[in-house]
Structures are given as structure tokens and as C-alpha cells.
Design a protein around this ligand. Structure first.
Ligand SMILES: C[S@@+](CC[C@H](N)C(=O)[O-])C[C@H]1O[C@@H](n2cnc3c(N)ncnc32)[C@H](O)[C@@H]1O
Length: 629
């Protein structure tokens, strides 16, 4: 299939194929390497280097009025591809005013500077390491009277951009740099003995004319462009836009990773389509005012968003666009996916999702692990309870003895002041007039003693489930003191956790408290107070504080945990953070919720990231969550 329809719209060869017949009639050199059939049609053998050389020279002359020498053993540039690259650059830097560019590895033809200076009067610094190429490049520039615009510079291997720029004084800053790097890593790759070309792709239609020193570099194009990226992070805005062509699509992902790592302001890629070949363009900048054009080819592939009709019948979330959006947002933020609220209307909302890491896979496994941890700690606390109960039994028999002593001592029947509990006990004793050996009295006192027990199993078993809010950092004992200790504890936790977040500024991280929802007996304030004592915790004398320690979270806070599914279960609880928008991300997509007649649709549309597969995973994750509500 010809890719010509995806050529740059301004590429002159997109709609007007060169006429071999016209060229053969006009240029004897070209005529010499062509064949003609009986009908008069002219043919060219694209596997013949001489034929390619003759074609390029003719077209340069015919269409650009350039006279170019192309030495026998050097790369013959194909023009449609070179024009695609130049037009893409024009789209990025514009064609108005004077422009300065750098062509890294200009080759013997000096093709990019010759074409671009001829077309746009752009100024060029053209570098070249190969002596023969350097010689021919200088000659080609001079032969076309372009020396006032194009400066060819012999360059050393060790630095791609830094040293050529050091001694070049004609301009302070450059609008762009461009490069067609040596693409192969070794001779095996150059000879096609190892290839990334898939089996179902047709063989290349033309022969490679490049010499080894032109097309081979240690590490291949990825290593070469990676070095450019590293040097660019030092030179930064000395060059406004850095670009390179790439021969393999697989190189793009690796280099984009490097660009993320170097924290460039922006980067973009494009496809150069011509004939049966495709190449890729990568551009990056440290100047955030630069805008990159959208690739025509990518636009062709624009896929419709993923769509899911949210089922009705949920009891915990209202079937309303904004309620569902809020619910999904809370779930996503709980797994560290950044949510940016975009457009909103009555029946529509859009949120941009940015994820620095894959946190949506293995959620089931993580939940299982957490459940297992919880059940283990439940067993431990059960053992602890049993122990306490044993001790309390001893205590109550001790209390019993004490009560006996009260009866024995206080024969006047006066109650000890400021001791409600003793008062109750005494009143009970008064009312029931138990004998010192009365069993019912003993069991009553034991019951009261048990009522104070924090985790009385009979109370738990009565199924009187109630939410207990517990800040996770203090989860061990089940109660929290909202005094200063608590916030400093939170700050400590914040410090530890923030530093582990990938690419997220810790100072910008908002903290949320997750509440455990657990089955627990009803308790009085006194119970809480005493429970703290039993747990050896400092008890605040401010009654408001102890009240606050029991406050139930509102629905919002509970939702934030994303753990509303099993209210009556002991559920895993974790502390999570809502991160600021990560600069480095693996996925960026738009989530939309739209009302359509009676239904509400969830849409996910791809923006950018490592692969679309990640968006599909998030989509499935959200669908599962919606199915649970
Ligand atoms: C694939 S060729 C491209 C030639 C030309 N730009 C074109 O597009 O036809 C790569 C060129 O880069 C040159 N080269 C390799 N390493 C270089 C470096 N570090 N600095 C400048 N040129 C280099 C090679 O000698 C070769 O001429």
C-alpha cells in the first residue's frame, strides 16, 4: 500500500508524481539508466544505486534548481522523505522571518540545508564527521551559491551538538536542530541480518546506498539521539526545538522515556509517510511556548472513545452524572490517578486522568493481601481479648471482694462521693439487698465489669454494626487522639510516603484520612475513656476531644476510602494521597460522563501515554467498580 496519501500536504510529490518520461527526455544521464517498454512507458530500477542517484540529481535540478554532486559510495537522499521532514519543521518553527537551524550529519549531499535554504532562506550550521562527506557537502553548498546561508563544519565524534556550537559565533540561539542519525547498531543490522521489520511487511522497495560510516553507530539511532537529548538538557534554550528523524518505530518509546527522564518541557512525534516507507520524527523543547502540530497519520488512526453504559440500580450512588463522576473520581484518586476537572454541564462532565504509575492492576491481589493481614491482626486481637477477659475476671472477683468490703465497712449506707459507678453498684446493692454471698449480685457486678470491656464478643455478635472512624496511622488501638500528637504523626507519615511517589512534588500532596468501616459494639463515652486507659493511652481531659474521637465520617470521607462495598465486614484500610498532576506519566486520557436519554455513559478517550492498553485496563477497572455499586 502506498503511504503517499499521508505525505505532508505541502509535499510537492504528494499529488504530482515525477514524470519519468519527461525527465528521460530532458536529462540524458537519467535516460541512460531507464528502460522503456513497447508502449513507451519509462521504468526505473529502484534496486540500482546509480538509478537512484540519477533520479535524485534530476529532481533536485528540475524542481529546486539545485546542482548536487552525489559521490558513488555515499548515501543517496530520497526527496519525498526529506521534504516531509522540512515541512514538519516549518509547521513547528514557522516560515516567517530569519531562521537559524543546525543539521547534524549533513552527509555528502548536504540535502537538508540545500533544500531548506533554497525554499525558505533559512540559515544553517551543517555538521559532518566523515571527511569525504564534509568535502562534498562544502562543494555542493558553494556550487549552488548558498555559502552565505549554509556553513558546513567538520565535527568530531565525541560530541554531537556541544562542541560544534562552542566555536560558532554567527548566531547566539538556534530556532531548531535536525538530524538523520546513523540508524544501525552494527553490520549485522545494516545488512538486514537482524531486523525489527515484521514478516508480513513487504521488502524494502529500494536499495540502501549508505556507507558503513554513515549508517552505523554504536548503540544505533537510540544511542545517538539519546546523546542528543543529554546534550540538549545542558544547552536547553540555546536551541528552541530539538528534532531527529528515526528509522524504527521501536526507538520512539525508548527515546520518549529518556525525554521524560530529562524533564523536557514538551515533546512530540510524527510519522513521515512516503511510498512504501515510513519514518518517524521526534521533537522536544525546553521552551513551553512551542506548540507541536498534530500528526496527519495519527489523526487517521484516531479511534472512537471507549464507551460503557453505566448500569442503573445502584443503592449507594445516585444515578446522576455528577454523583457518579464524584464517585469515580474518588476511586481514581485513591489509587493515585490525578484527576483534573474539565468542562461541566448539567448532564455532562469531563475529567482528565493522568497516571504516573500503574496502580489499577492487581487491585484484587492487594485487597486479598490486606484482608489476610486484617484477619491475622483480628486473630491476634482476639487472643489479646481473651487474655484481657481472663484478667478482668480476676479483677471482678477482686472488685467483688472490694464491694464486700464496702458493705462491710460502710454500714451507714452512705455512698462514696463522685463515684457514679460505685454509686450504681451501691444502689443496686441497696435495691436488691443482696446477701454477701448472693450469686446474682456477683453476676450483676461481673456483667457491669464486662460491659466496660472494649471488644465484648456478645455485643459484637448481636449484629449491631456501627462505623468506627479510625485514623489509619492509629489503627492499632482503634482510637485516636486528635490532639497535636495526631497531626505530627500525620506529618511524619506524609514525609515518608511523599518521598516514594514517582515524579510528584511532595509539598503539593494533599492528604486524606481513610476510615475503616467495621462491625463494633455501641459504646458509651465512658467506655471509650476506659478503653484508652486499658490501652495505656493518654486520655485527654477535654470532653470534646474524646467525643471527636468517635465521630462518624460523612459519606464523602467514607467514599474516599473506596471501600464502601462491604460495610459490615472488617475491611482493609489504607492511607492514600491525592497527588498533584505528575509531570512524568504513563497514561493521560479523558473520562467523560454523559447523560443520553435515560442512561449515563462513561467514555474514556486516549490522549497520550505509553500504550492504549493501559487505558483499556483503566476502563475495565472502572467498569468493575461501577458494577459493584
Ligand atoms: C544517515 S546519514 C544522513 C545524511 C544526510 N543528513 C541525509 O539525510 O541524507 C548520517 C550522517 O551523519 C554523520 N555523522 C555520524 N556521526 C556524526 C556526529 N557525531 N556528528 C556529525 N555527523 C555525524 C555520518 O557521517 C553521516 O553522514
Amino acid at each position: 500500500m502506498s503511504l503517499n496519501k499521508y505525505m505532508h500536504p505541502r509535499n510537492r510529490y504528494k499529488s504530482a508524481k515525477p514524470s519519468f518520461l519527461q525527465l528521460a527526455l530532458k536529462y540524458p544521464d537519467f535516460r541512460a539508466i531507464t528502460t522503456q517498454d513497447e508502449s513507451g512507458k519509462v521504468f526505473l530500477d529502484f534496486k540500482n544505486a546509480d538509478a537512484l542517484r540519477a533520479l535524485t540529481r534530476c529532481l533536485l535540478k528540475e524542481d529546486f534548481d539545485l546542482t548536487v554532486e552525489l559521490p558513488m559510495d555515499r548515501l543517496v537522499p530520497t526527496l519525498p522523505l526529506r521534504l516531509n521532514y522540512i515541512h514538519w519543521l516549518e509547521d513547528i518553527v514557522g516560515t516567517d522571518g530569519k531562521k537559524w537551524g543546525i543539521d547534524i550529519g549533513t552527509g555528502a549531499s548536504c540535502i537538508y540545508p540545500l533544500l531548506a535554504s533554497k525554499m525558505n532562506q533559512w540559515n544553517f550550521l551543517a555538521t559532518e564527521t566523515d571527511a569525504e562527506n564534509f568535502y562534498h557537502a562544502e562543494k555542493n553548498v558553494a556550487n549552488n551559491n548558498l555559502s552565505h546561508l549554509v556553513h558546513v563544519k567538520s565535527s568530531a565524534d565525541e560530541s554531537i551538538l556541544t562542541s560544534p556550537l562552542q566555536s560558532f559565533m554567527d548566531t547566539e540561539v538556534f530556532d531548531f536542530c535536525m538530524c538523520n542519525p546513523p540508524f544501525f547498531a552494527d553490520h549485522m543490522e545494516a545488512q538486514g541480518l537482524v531486523t525489527t521489520r515484521s514478516d508480513d511487511r513487504p521488502e524494502a522497495g529500494s536499495v540502501s546506498t549508505a556507507s558503513p560510516q554513515e549508517c552505523i553507530v554504536a548503540g544505533g539511532e537510540v544511542a545517538f539521539v539519546r546523546q542528543m537529548i543529554e546534550e540538549s538538557s545542558v544547552l536547553r534554550e540555546k536551541i528552541r526545538v530539538y528534532t531527529s528523524m528515526l528509522g524504527k518505530k521501536s526507538s520512539l518509546a525508548q527515546l520518549k522515556e529518556e525525554l521524560r527522564h530529562q524533564k523536557v518541557a514538551k515533546f512530540s512525534s510524527t510519522e513521515f509517510c512516503q511510498g512504501k516507507t515510513m519514518r518517524w520524527g521526534l521533537a522536544w523543547t525546553f521552551d513551553s511556548s512551542v506548540t507541536f502540530p498534530r500528526s496527519e497519520f495519527e489523526g487517521r488512526k484516531a479511534k472512537p472513545p471507549l464507551l460503557y453504559v453505566i448500569p442503573k440500580g445502584s443503592s449507594s450512588v445516585e444515578y446522576k452524572v455528577h454523583e457518579l463522576a464524584r464517585h469515580l473520581r474518588q476511586i481514581l484518586e485513591s489509587i493515585k490517578v490525578h484527576c483534573y476537572q474539565g468542562k461541566q454541564a448539567k448532564s455532562f462532565t469531563s475529567i482528565t486522568l493522568t497516571a504516573a504509575e500503574n496502580t489499577w492492576c492487581n487491585q484484587r491481589r492487594l485487597r486479598r493481601q490486606q484482608k489476610w493481614k486484617n484477619s491475622r491482626s483480628a486473630t491476634e486481637s482476639q487472643q489479646q481479648d481473651n487474655k484481657c477477659r481472663e484478667e478482668r475476671k480476676d479483677e471482678s472477683s477482686q472488685t467483688d471482694n472490694d464491694t464486700h468490703q464496702i458493705f462491710n465497712k460502710d454500714t451507714s449506707g452512705r455512698l462514696p462521693k463522685d463515684n457514679k459507678e460505685n454509686s450504681d453498684m451501691a444502689m443496686a446493692t441497696e435495691k436488691e439487698k443482696p446477701s454477701l454471698a448472693d450469686e446474682s449480685s456477683e453476676s450483676h457486678i461481673t456483667k457491669m465489669s464486662q460491659k466496660r470491656s472494649l471488644d465484648d464478643t456478645s455485643d459484637t455478635e448481636n449484629g449491631n454494626a456501627k462505623r468506627l472512624c479510625t485514623e489509619i496511622s492509629e489503627r492499632g488501638n482503634g482510637f485516636k487522639d486528635h490532639s497535636e500528637n495526631s497531626s505530627s504523626q500525620r506529618d511524619k507519615t506524609k514525609g515518608n510516603e511523599s518521598s516514594t511517589l514517582n515524579g510528584i512534588n511532595s509539598s503539593e500532596v494533599k492528604h486524606y484520612t481513610v476510615y475503616a468501616i467495621t462491625k463494633t459494639p455501641e459504646r458509651s463515652e465512658t467506655d471509650d475513656f476506659e478503653a484508652k486507659l486499658e490501652n495505656g493511652q493518654k486520655v485527654s481531659e477535654d470532653p470534646n476531644i474524646s467525643k471527636e474521637s468517635k465521630s462518624v465520617p460523612n459519606e464523602d470521607e467514607a467514599h474516599l476510602s473506596g471501600i464502601m462495598e462491604n460495610v459490615s465486614e472488617v475491611v482493609p484500610s489504607t492511607s492514600f494521597e491525592v497527588p498533584s498532576q505528575p509531570k512524568e506519566y504513563i497514561l493521560k486520557c479523558v473520562m467523560r460522563l454523559k447523560r443520553s436519554e435515560d442512561n449515563i455513559n462513561l467514555e474514556l478517550e486516549w490522549l497520550d501515554g505509553k500504550s492504549r492498553e493501559l487505558m483499556h485496563q483503566v476502563f475495565t477497572f472502572l467498569k468493575n467498580k461501577l458494577a459493584q455499586i
